[in-house]
Write a protein that binds this ligand. Structure first.
Ligand SMILES: Cc1ncc(COP(=O)(O)O)c(C=O)c1O
Length: 468
């Protein structure tokens, strides 16, 4: 391996790799005892890290140490067992190593011609997912960077099916829907007035009757309703829209039914998930993120569609410089089914993780996550003045400290301040949102390494800070 200025001798390569693995294992072992991380001021980090492009080489060890000393402490650790904020991202070590392999070999999964084996693995993993959701043989999909792009890709397929979509099309979803859906419609060229956002009901679900009436009204007004976006696990509360009833409505009305299951759809492996996600087999498309509830390293979302060809119709363009891929043995060219040509081998992590562990390990981990949300709810119910705004649902509990001595506005300010206080304390982290017009805290217990004690002590500290 001599000659290139970018090469090392094999023994040095090994030592560098061993050093990184040792660093990672030590990090994982030390994580529960570490603080969650800090939220430093930009000026401090600029002073610490800004520098001109390096010209003289530095030893790998030195640069690694610089990362560990100057960068890592200033990152909030989303894989920390007591990170209950937003959507936690606990990591599966098999997936980490698979990403290392995929990057190390720089495997390209854009065309069958170049990446046949990897493309077939992606096909296999996508088929596993389609089977979990009981989608038909015609179904297919692909790996993308995450939920935002998965929703975008699915909704592009929906828009493509309706010739009038851009002019007089109208789409429907509840106000609990993730902002990436509105952004996707914006990217796809829909105007604000084409997006019908319905206030969710008491259970944070889309109101069916209001939806039905709105569709009728819109038709009478000359709109062409063409798509309903359901939630299969909202970010706020884990709420799942009534998929079966929505599927009936969309079948009657001839609408595309998409669900954003980026967060929640993988819970189909569990009993609670099966019950809540009833009807998911009837969707036209579904976004699901293995980098959320299948514990894989980031950059693993999936766009699934009931008819794989709908993606091809939406995305395929054949330029002359790709014409060679059309000859000889041809298979699925994933570049024809989404927005990316250069695509890394994201499916490898899910394929390896599921094979190494077996699906039951994931099921058990998810059942534990669901249990921990119930533990959090119980712990909160035992303390005075904590309102449960949304009970444990798909691993999320939403709550608010509201003693009678405080006005609603004062309680809002206090709940918001609790998020910051918890970060400052460093033990555990929660995040806030607005539900029913009021600031509400939420815990998302998605880390399989979190313990009951982690959950209880986090709640105890919340109470301590709330009453201080
Ligand atoms: C329900 C839901 N949809 C979409 C997204 C966006 O996914 P990503 O961050 O992978 O783009 C999230 C992220 O938390 C989510 O919870």
């Amino acid at each position: 391996m001599a000659g290139s200025p970018l090469d090392f001798d094999p023994e040095t390569m090994r030592q560098m790799g061993y050093r990184v693995v040792d660093t990672l294992v030590a990090y994982w072992q030390s994580l529960p005892a570490r603080p969650i991380g800090t939220r430093p001021a930009p000026a401090m980090l600029e002073a610490l890290l800004n520098e001109p492009t390096p010209t003289t080489p530095q030893p790998f060890e030195q640069v690694l140490n610089e990362f560990l000393e100057k960068v890592l402490p200033h990152i909030i650790k989303v894989d920390h067992p007591r990170y209950f904020a937003f959507v936690p991202a606990p990591n599966d070590y098999v997936g980490v190593l698979a990403d290392f392999l995929a990057a190390g070999m720089n495997i390209f999964v854009g065309t069958w011609m170049v990446g046949a084996g990897a493309s077939q693995v992606e096909r296999v993993v996508i088929r596993w997912l389609c089977d979990w959701f009981d989608l038909p043989e015609t179904a297919g999909g692909l790996f993308v960077s995450g939920g935002s792009v998965a929703n975008l890709v699915c909704l592009a397929a929906a828009r493509q099916r309706y010739p009038d979509a851009l002019t007089r099309g109208r789409v429907y979803y509840s106000d609990q829907t993730h902002s990436c859906v509105a952004r996707a419609w914006r990217i796809l060229g829909l105007r604000e007035e084409q997006l019908c956002v319905l206030p969710a009901d008491e259970q944070f679900q889309i109101p069916l009757e209001a939806l039905r009436k709105q569709i009728q009204r819109d038709r009478a007004d000359g709109w062409q309703p063409f798509c309903v976006v359901a939630n299969a696990g909202t970010t706020n509360t884990g709420a799942v829209d009534p998929l079966e009833a929505l599927a009936d409505l969309c079948a009657e009305e001839g609408l595309w039914l998409h669900a954003d299951g980026a967060y929640g759809a993988a819970a189909i492996l569990t009993e609670e998930g099966k019950r809540r996600l009833r009807g998911i087999h009837r969707l036209d498309s579904l976004a699901v993120d293995p980098h959320k509830w299948l514990y894989q390293p980031m950059m693993a979302g999936c766009a699934l569609v009931r008819d794989f060809e709908h993606l091809r119709a939406a995305f395929r363009i054949l330029p002359p410089y790709l014409q060679d891929k059309e000859r000889g043995a041809t298979g699925v060219d994933f570049c024809d089914y989404g927005v990316e040509l250069s695509r890394s081998f994201r499916a490898l992590k899910v394929w390896m993780a599921l094979k190494v562990r077996g699906v039951d390990a994931f099921r058990q981990a998810m059942e534990w996550n669901l249990h921990l949300a119930r533990v959090a709810e119980q712990a909160l119910r035992q303390l005075p003045h904590w309102q449960i705004v949304s009970p444990a649902t798909m691993g999320i509990v939403a709550f608010r400290y509201a003693p009678p001595t405080l006005s609603e506005g004062q309680a809002d300010a206090l709940n918001r301040a609790l998020v910051d206080k918890m970060i400052e304390d460093g033990f555990g982290m929660v995040s806030s949102t607005i539900l029913r017009g009021r600031v509400t805290l939420r815990m998302c217990t998605l880390n399989p390494r979190a313990t009951e004690e982690d959950v209880r002590e986090t709640v105890r500290r919340l109470h301590q800070f709330a009453t201080a």
